[in-house]
Design a protein around this ligand. Sequence first.
Ligand code: GCV
Length: 684
Amino acid sequence: MPITVPVLREGVDPAWLPPDAFRPLGARRTLVHGSGPLVDTVHGEVTYASGRFGGEVVRDASGTPYDLVLRVADAAGNPAEADDLGDLSNLGDVGVLGDLGDEGFVFERSDGTTRVTASGQRGLLYGLFHVVRLGEDAFHGTRNREVHRPATALRMLDHWDNVAVHPVMGQVERGYAGGSLFWQDGQARGELERVQAYGRLLAACGINAVSVNNVNVHEAEAHLLTDRIDEVARIAGALRPYGIRTHLSVTFAAPIVLGGLSTADPLDESVRGWWAEAVHGVYSAIPDFGGFVVKADSEGQPGPFTYGRSHADGANMLACVLAPHDGTVHWRAFVYDHRQDWRDRSTDRARAAYDHFAPLDGEFAANAVLQVKHGPMDFQVREPVSPVLGALPRTRVALEVQATQEYTGQQRHVCWLGPMWSEVLRFRPDGEQGPVIGELASGGLVAVSNVGDDPFWTGHPLAQANLYTFGRLAWQPDADARRILDEWIALTFPSAPERLVEGLRTVLHGSWRTYEKYTAPLGVGFMVQPGHHYGPSVDGYEYSPWGTYHFADRDGVGVDRSAATGTGYAAQYAKAWAELYESPDSCPDELLLFFHHVPYGHVLRSGETVVQHIYDTHFEGVEEAEEARRVWAGLADLVEPAWYARVAERYEEQVRSALEWRDQVNSYFLRKSGIPDGQGRTIY
Ligand code: GCV
C-alpha cells in the first residue's frame, strides 16, 4: 500500500519540497517495482505527484514503456521479485549493485526511459529524490550510468529540544525557530503529521538519523529512556517512513536517577545490568532504534570521571549493551573545565578535548562513535579545525557542526554556513597528504538542528538553506557548496526567474564572511553577550569561568597558543599545521588572534595592521549587510509575500545589530589602543 504523503497545515512553508518541485515527475508514467515499507513510501510519493500533475503510477511491469522506472534489485541486478520486467531487464553491467549498500542507487537514462535501480529500499527513496532534484533534466536525452551512494552511513541531526520548557533555555536550547517539533506541553505531540513531513524534508536532502531530545538531559527527558519510551516510539513511527532512525540523548546518571541504584560506575555489574535492561525495553518499543547520544562530564552533566573511570570505559559500557541490537553510542568529545579561573593562564579550553581523548585512541568499541565539534572551542564564526578530528585514527569519529546559529546570528542574521562546513570537510589534518576530514569522519556527520515549529521551520526562511546544505554535504562531503545552494534554490523556487536566482546567490554566498567581518575579529571568538549569546559584548566573557578570553590590553590582543611561549595548543596538530600556526608570521590572518597575542600595529599577511583590519572589516561588514538588505528589497515582486516579509523584517534586525557590533568593537579597540582609524571614519 502506498503511504499517504503528509499534508502541511495551512501557512506552513513547504521549504524545499513545494508541490511544483514534483511536476516533472508527476506528469510521467512511472513503474515502482519492489516491496517493503520504504518502497511503499516511494509509491506514495509518486502516486501523490501523479494525482496532482496527471501522470500514472504502475506497480507491476506490463511491458509497456515507462518514462521512469524506480526499482529495487538484488546485488546481482535481478529485480526483487520475479515479475515480468519486459524491457526493463537490461541493467548492463550489474556488478556495481553489490557496492551500493542499502542507501546507494544507480541512475541512468536511455531509450526514453529514466531508471533508478537500488539494491535496498533506502536507496530507492534517495533515488526518487534525486529525480525530483533533477526536475525536467531527468527526462531528457541520454544519461550514462551514474552511481550515487553516501560517503558515510550516519547523517544525523541532533535536536536540543527539551520535553518540558526549561526556565532559562526555553523549549529548544539554542533554538531560534519557535517551539519543539516533537514535544509540547511536557509530552510528545499528539499530532505528528508535521514530524512526518520533517522526515520527508530530511530524506530529500539525505539525512537518515535524528536525535529527538537535548544533550543536557533534565529530569523529564531522562524518563524518555524508560517509562516514557512509548512517546519516543510514536515519534520514531512518524519518521520511519522516510528512512530516519531515531536516537535519544541519555544521562549517564540514569541508573541512579531512574533505576534507584547508588552508583552509575560504568564498571559496576549492577549498572551494566540496569543499562542492558533499559536498552532491551527501548528496542522492544523501537526495533530500529539508532542509539544514544551522550554528553558526559561536560558543563555539569554527569560522567565516568565521578568514578575515576575513563571516557572509553563510559562509552564502551553503553556500546556493549547496544551492540546486540545494532545500536550505536555517540559519545561527545565536548569535555572541558567550565569552572576555570580567568586568572589562570595555564589552562586553555581549546586544548581540552584533545588532551582528554587523543590518549584513548584504539580503546573505543566498534559501535562507539566519538562526536567532535568542528572547532576546539564552541561553534564560533571562525575557529581552526579541531585537532581531535585527525588524532584518533583507530576510533570512529563523527564531525559535529551547528546548523542552529547560536553564535552566527541566531537566525535573525543571514549566515549561510556551507562554505565554512566545506572548509572543515576539506581540511587535511596531516598536511598535504592523507585523508580530508570528510573521509576521516567514518562515524558520520552530525548537525545541531536549526528547526522548530515555526511556520518557516527555521525562523529565518533563508536558514533553510543551511539545513539543506548540511544534508547534502553529509551525503557527499566534497560536493561544491555553491552547487548545493543552487539545488536548494531550484527546488525551493521552481521555475524561478534568473533575477531571483541571482539575487538569492548574492545574499547568501558571502553571508558567512560578512557576519565574520562585523563580529569578533581574526578568529578570537566570543565577544557575545553572556548567556543568550546574541549581540556584542566585547568583554562579556573576559572574566568568566568558561575559558573564553581575548586578553586585549592597551598594547595588543589575542591568545598565545604557540608551543614556544603559549598554551601549547598549536602543537596538537601534525607537523605541517603545527609549524604554520606556531608563528604569527605564517599563521593565516583569519586565525591570527586565535593563536597569537600580537600588538595592534602587527602587520598581517594582507599588509594591513591588526587594528586597521578590525576597523575596516567592521565598516565593510555593515555595508555588506546593508547591500544584502537592498538586494532583497529588489526581489519583493518575485517571492511569496509572507516569505518576503519575514526575510525583510529580519534584515532590519541584522543591519541594526551589525551596526551595534561595528560600533562597539571599533570603539573598544580605539579606546584600548589609542590608534585612530587610518581613514578618519567616525568611531565613538
Ligand atoms: C547543549 C554550548 C551551548 C550549550 C550546549 C553546549 C553543548 O556551550 O551554549 O547550550 O549545550 O554547547 O554543545 O553541549
